[in-house]
Design a binder for this molecule. Structure first.
Ligand code: AGP
Length: 628
C-alpha cells in the first residue's frame, strides 16, 4: 500500500512531510514525492524520486530547499504503472492547478481516462491516480464557471469525483489557487487527520498513525465518503453531500513501533486482517457488471486474446513454498472448470528435470516477491523454450513480473511478515479469475454456473471478515495445543492442498514438526506415527469427499489422535469424529481454500505467540529467497 502525509500550519511543510514519509517506509514502496505551496510562490512545487526516500531527501536537502507551509507527500507501492519518477506521486493537472497523492486503486480509471481524453486532457503517466487529478481539475474548472467560492469549488470537485470514481482511495489534494488549504477524501483506504498545537500549530493528514506521532497524538479517523478541509487554524469535515459533520478526536496511546503495525502486535496479524480488502482489491476491478446485472471476467490487462486462451493445450503452474501450494489449488480449479490439462511443480524441481513443454502450453509462475531465484530460473527456462509465460506477482516491476510475457498482479499491498497470508489469498483469487476466464472462452462453463461462481468469488471478502470476527475461538484452541510436538494436516482433493499450506504456516513460525498428508494415504504407512495426543487437523470442505475424510478422522482418533475438524457451516456430522471443530461459511467447493486457510493461519499465528517466538521474522527464513 502507498503512504500519504500532509501538513498545513505555521512551520515549513517539506521537512515534516519527509519525516512523516520516513515513518511510513515500513509499508514498502518504490518511489516517493512531495508537493509544497509557498503563499508567495506562483505555483505548487513538486519534487519526486524513484527508489529510496533518501533520494528525495538528498534532492531537497532534507526538505530545507522546498519553501512553503502547506504540502502533501507520498510513498508509492506501484500497482498501475512501473516504479519510476514519472509514475511517482504527486500527480497533477496542467499548471499544477490540482495536485494529488493517492493510496488505493481506481477500478474504472481506464473509462475515466477515455472520458477526460475526449474532453481534451492529456495524460503523462500510466497511473490510475493521474486520472483523479485530471477529473478533479475538470470539475474544479466547472465549479469556477458557476462562480462558486474557493471552498465551494473544492467541495464541488471532490464530491463529483467521489460519485464518478469506483475503487478505493485516501487522497491528499492541493488546489493551486488555494495556497493555505489542504483537502483530503477517503473511501476504503485508511486516512486520519491530526491537530497540531503549540509551535507546530496546524493540521496534518496521513494514511497511518506513525506519520503524525512526532507532531500530534490527537487524531480524527476519516470514514468512507467523507471530505476534510484543513487550514492552519481550521479543520472542517463534510459528508459526500457537502454537509458539515462533527467527529470526535481520539488520543493515540500507541508507541511508534506499535503504530507501524496499525495497533496490531505483529505484521502477520495485520496482514491476516487485511485479507478481505486485499482479496476485494484483486477481484473487483476484474469482474465487470453488465447493464443486465450479469458479470464477466475482464483480464484484458494480460494482452492475451480469447483465441490465445482457447489455444492453450496445457497449463503448468510453478512456485515455491506457499506459492507452490497456491499452484496445487489452481491446478484443481483450472482443470475442473476449463478441462485444460494442468500440472503443478516446485520451481526448484521443474528447472532441473528437463521438462516436456508443449508448443501451446501456458506456464504460470506464482510469486509474491517476484524475485525468488528458483521461480525466476524456471521462468527463464520456459522462455528459452519459447513457451508462453504468465506471472502472478505482488511486487510491481519485480524481475518475474518484468520477464514474463504477461503479469496478473495481486493487489495485496506490501507483505512484511515472512509468513505469507494476504499474498497467498490474493494469488488464489487471481487463479480463480483465470480459471473462470479460461472456461468461459472455451465454452466449458454454462452461463448460470459462471454467474454463480462470480457471485461466490465476490462474496469471499465478507466471508473472510466473518471468520476473522471469531478468531478468539482459534486462539483458545491454539493456546491449548501450543506444547504439541507433532501435528498432521489431512484432507482429500482441495483439502489436501489446503493441508499443505496449513502445515507450512505452522512449521515456519512455531518450529513444530508438522506434515500434510492426503487423508487416503495415511493407511499406507504414516498412520503408524499416530499415538495418544498427536494433533490431527482434518480438512473436510469438499462435500463429495466429506464422509471419507470423517472416516479417516475416526481411524486416527481410535489410535489416540486429538482431532481439529474444519468444514463448511452445516456439516455438523464432523462432530462425531472431531474433538474441536471450526466451521467456515458456505461457498463453492472450488473456493473453499480461501476460507479454510484463514483458521489455519490463525492457528499457526497464535501457537507461535503462545510459544513466545518472533512471529514476523522466524529463524532461518527470509521474506524473499533470492538465492538458490
Ligand atoms: C510462505 O509463508 C514462505 N514465506 C515461503 O514459502 C514463500 O511462499 C516462498 O519462499 C515463495 O516466495 P515468493 O512467493 O516470494 O516467490
Amino acid at each position: 500500500m502507498c503512504g500519504i502525509v500532509g501538513y498545513v500550519g505555521v512551520k515549513q511543510a517539506a521537512p515534516i512531510l519527509l519525516d512523516g514519509l520516513q515513518k511510513l517506509e515500513y509499508r514498502g514502496y518504490d518511489s516517493a514525492g512531495i508537493a509544497v505551496r509557498d503563499a508567495q510562490a506562483e505555483h505548487i512545487e513538486v519534487v519526486k524520486a524513484k527508489g529510496r526516500l533518501k533520494n528525495l531527501m538528498d534532492m531537497t536537502d532534507a526538505g530545507r530547499a522546498v519553501r512553503g507551509s502547506c504540502g502533501i507527500g507520498h510513498t508509492r507501492w506501484a500497482t498501475h504503472g512501473e516504479p519510476s519518477t514519472l509514475n511517482a506521486h504527486p500527480h497533477y493537472s496542467r499548471e499544477k492547478r490540482v495536485v494529488v497523492v493517492h493510496n488505493g486503486i481506481i477500478e474504472n480509471y481506464q473509462e475515466l481516462r477515455a472520458k477526460l481524453t475526449r474532453k481534451g486532457y492529456a495524460f503523462e503517466t500510466q497511473t490510475d491516480t493521474e486520472t483523479v487529478a485530471l477529473l478533479l481539475d475538470c470539475y474544479y474548472a466547472e465549479a469556477a464557471e458557476k462562480g462558486l467560492s474557493p471552498r465551494e469549488r473544492a467541495l464541488f470537485a471532490i464530491r463529483n469525483m467521489m460519485i464518478r470514481v469506483r475503487g478505493s482511495y485516501a487522497l491528499g489534494i492541493l488546489f493551486g489557487d488555494q495556497p493555505g488549504a489542504l483537502y483530503a477524501a477517503r473511501k476504503d483506504s485508511p486516512l486520519i487527520v491530526g491537530r497540531c498545537d503549540g509551535e507546530l500549530r496546524g493540521h496534518m493528514i496521513a494514511s497511518d498513525v506513525p506519520a503524525v506521532l512526532n507532531y500530534t497524538r490527537s487524531v480524527v479517523y476519516i470514514d468512507n465518503l467523507e471530505i476534510a478541509c484543513l487550514t492552519q487554524d481550521e479543520l472542517r469535515l463534510y459528508n459526500v453531500d457537502c454537509e458539515e459533520i462533527e467527529k470526535p478526536f481520539t488520543e493515540i496511546k500507541w508507541d511508534a513501533a506499535a503504530a507501524e503495525k496499525g495497533g496490531y502486535e505483529h505484521f502477520m496479524m495485520k496482514e491476516i486482517s487485511e485479507q478481505p480488502r486485499a482479496v476485494r482489491d484483486t477481484l473487483s476491478p476484474r469482474i465487470h457488471e453488465e447493464e443486465d446485472g450479469s458479470r464477466s471476467v475482464d483480464l484484458s490487462e494480460l494482452g492475451l486474446t480469447d483465441d490465445d486462451l482457447r489455444a492453450v493445450s496445457r497449463v503448468t503452474l510453478i512456485g515455491c513454498g506457499s506459492a507452490y501450494h497456491v499452484g496445487v489449488v489452481g491446478r484443481a480449479v483450472i482443470e475442473r472448470l476449463s478441462r485444460v490439462p494442468c500440472e503443478v511443480d516446485l520451481a526448484s524441481e521443474f528447472r532441473y528435470r528437463d521438462p516436456m513443454l508443449e508448443e501451446n502450453a501456458l506456464v504460470i509462475v506464482i510469486s509474491q516477491s517476484g524475485e525468488t531465484a528458483d521461480s525466476l530460473a524456471a521462468l527463464r527456462l520456459c522462455k528459452e523454450r519459447g513457451v508462453r509465460t504468465l506471472a502472478i506477482v505482488n511486487v510491481v516491476g519485480s524481475s518475474i513480473a518484468r520477464e514474463a510475457d504477461a503479469t496478473l498482479y495481486t493487489w495485496a499491498g506490501p507483505e512484511i511478515s515472512v509468513a505469507t497470508t494476504k499474498a497467498y489469498s490474493t494469488q488464489l483469487a487471481a487463479l480463480y479469475l483465470l480459471a473462470v476466464k479460461l472456461s468461459s472462452v472455451r465454452g466449458t462453463l454454462d452461463a448460470a454456473r459462471e454467474q454463480q461462481l462470480l457471485a461466490d468469488m465476490l462474496a469471499l471478502p465478507d466471508q473472510i471478515e466473518q471468520i476473522l470476527a471469531d478468531k478468539e475461538r482459534v486462539q483458545w484452541f491454539a493456546n491449548k495445543m501450543s506444547a504439541c510436538r507433532d501435528v498432521f494436516f489431512i484432507g482429500r482433493g482441495l483439502d489436501y492442498a489446503i493441508s499443505l499450506e496449513g502445515s507450512l504456516k505452522l512449521k515456519e513460525i512455531s518450529y513444530i514438526h508438522s506434515e500434510a498428508y492426503a487423508a487416503g494415504e495415511l493407511k499406507h504407512g504414516t498412520i503408524s506415527l499416530i499415538e495418544d495426543g498427536v494433533l490431527v487437523v482434518a480438512l473436510a470442505t469438499q462435500p463429495d469427499l466429506f464422509e471419507k475424510v470423517v472416516s479417516n478422522m475416526v481411524e486416527v482418533r481410535s489410535r489416540g489422535a486429538y482431532l481439529f475438524g474444519l468444514t463448511l457451516c452445516g456439516q455438523y456430522a464432523i462432530e462425531d469424529a472431531a474433538n474441536f471443530t471450526v466451521y467456515v461459511p458456505r461457498t463453492d467447493p472450488l473456493f473453499a481454500t480461501s476460507l479454510a486457510v484463514i483458521p489455519l493461519q490463525l492457528l499457526a499465528y497464535y501457537i507461535s505467540c503462545a510459544r513466545g517466538l518472533d512471529v514476523d521474522k522466524p529463524r532461518n527464513l527470509a521474506k524473499s529467497v533470492t538465492v538458490e
